[in-house]
Design a protein around this ligand. Structure first.
Ligand code: AP5
Length: 238
């Protein structure tokens, strides 16, 4: 009797509220499995720091906790997925999207480019947990790695473990902006959970970081996105 193998997941989306742990999981997956991580938040922060026209337009929205307009975001991703690191050995586009899509029009744009996801991993975390996570977050402006003053402290206070850069407190990680980002998430991004119901896996993002990662890795393995051992994953963030 032959068993039908599911189609391997090449295009993966990490979905979740601000502070749900998308960046933390994504950085670990890059380290462990070399996935092509496309973080729209990291791209926008780099554009702001470089003072590009996109950065100048995006900064006010970001600082206010609002979403950057769809037309800017769709153009940014359309260019990024053409880069060589998003082409798998079979020529198919492969990526781990973190922070995109965030609205129904952004999801429509992906579908229109034949780049809709094979798998959506939704990190579920209650709003009450988010504010503490983001108020205590410290981020590396060099490599984008997230830390937390209590939950994921760097070995040397204030310094990135990975690249040695001084950590910063993001300008949108202030309580007012966090509450606006959560409101935008529920109103504009929440509908994507229903939109992607057929390929979405929910994971409890309130678990300890190593447990969240183990569950994500198991999900990716079961969908053929990676071929390594999940037990290796827990030690990567513990
Ligand atoms: P972006 O950078 O994408 O921000 P976000 O979605 O708000 O997500 P965060 O980066 O804040 O959180 P995360 O889920 O990655 O959590 P993390 O792993 O860091 O976007 C920023 C802005 O850019 C947006 O507000 C918007 O203006 C704009 N933008 C971006 N994309 C856009 C788009 N597509 N359309 C329009 N606008 C767009 O973890 C958070 C903290 O918790 C860390 O300190 C971490 O150490 C800690 N932590 C993580 N996991 C755990 C755990 N399991 N237990 C305990 N602590 C944990």
């Amino acid at each position: 009797m032959s068993s039908v193998q599911p189609k391997p997941a090449n295009r993966i989306i990490l979905l979740g509220a601000p502070g749900a742990g998308k960046g933390t999981v994504a950085k670990a997956l890059v380290d462990l499995f070399g996935l092509s991580h496309l973080s729209t938040g990291d791209m926008l922060r780099a554009a702001v720091a470089a003072g590009t026209p996109l950065g100048v337009q995006a900064k006010g929205f970001m600082d206010a906790g609002a979403l950057v307009p769809d037309e800017l975001m769709v153009g940014l991703i359309a260019d990024r997925v053409q880069q060589p690191d998003c082409k798998g050995s079979t020529g198919l586009v492969r990526f781990l999207l973190d922070g995109f899509p965030r609205t129904l029009p952004q999801a429509d744009a992906l579908d229109q480019s034949q780049l809709g996801p094979d798998l959506v991993v939704y990190l579920e975390v209650d709003d009450s947990v988010i504010v503490d996570r983001l108020c205590g977050r410290r981020t590396c402006p060099g490599c984008g790695s997230p830390f937390h003053i209590h939950f994921a402290a760097p070995k040397v206070p204030g310094i990135c473990d990975r690249c040695g850069t001084a950590l910063v407190h993001r300008s949108d990680d202030q309580e007012d902006a966090i509450r606006k980002r959560l409101e935008a998430f529920h109103r504009q991004t929440g509908p994507l959970v229903g939109r992607y119901a057929s390929c979405l896996v929910k994971i409890d993002g309130a678990l300890a970081p190593a447990d969240v990662l183990t569950q994500v890795v198991s999900t990716l393995r079961s969908r053929g996105a990676i071929a390594d051992d999940a037990t290796q994953a827990a030690s990567a963030v513990s």
